[in-house]
Ligand binder design. Sequence first.
Ligand code: ZN
Length: 191
Amino acid sequence: MTAEEILHAHAALLEGHFRLSSGQHSSRYLQCAVALQHPQAAAALGQALVNGLSAHLSEAPQVVVSPALGGLIIGHEVGRALGIRACFTERVDGQMAMRRGFHLEPGERAVMVEDVITTGLSSRETLAVIRAMGATPVATACVANRSGKDSLDGLPLVSLVQPEFPMWSPEECPLCAAGGAAIRPGSRPAG
Ligand code: ZN
């Protein structure tokens, strides 16, 4: 199965009429965690990312670093497929940091792995942590790339799907105009 088929098969990529947390309406919704809760699906997506990364890496990476929480499972699976360790950054008082005894070696080649990249804020903060620890980010990867770019912070950005999400205000939503009711993603359609 392709990555898109895996996401569809586990209902992580939904088509319908959704009210997003921003208040906007959309005809599509992505929740990677719904697919990543299945270890076989997570492993397949991790392997697919490693396949995509191989074209961008002249030397084998030595560590995967992911921002918590979204990047944890997919980062772990990329680490498994590469045969290297996978650690993570997390927010401490709003600041991205590396805790829990994780350590990066000076010059260590790191791949930053995230589940979904939209603005890339958490990803760039994680790259900053990697650099601050003296390690060297060599590439970035994510399951779903909504940034519209194929690079991040000057590094290659490998992704499996690049979903388009039409979004409208409720007043301008054509699905509302057609008489439909938007649902909160994760809730069951009424009736
Ligand atoms: Zn609507």
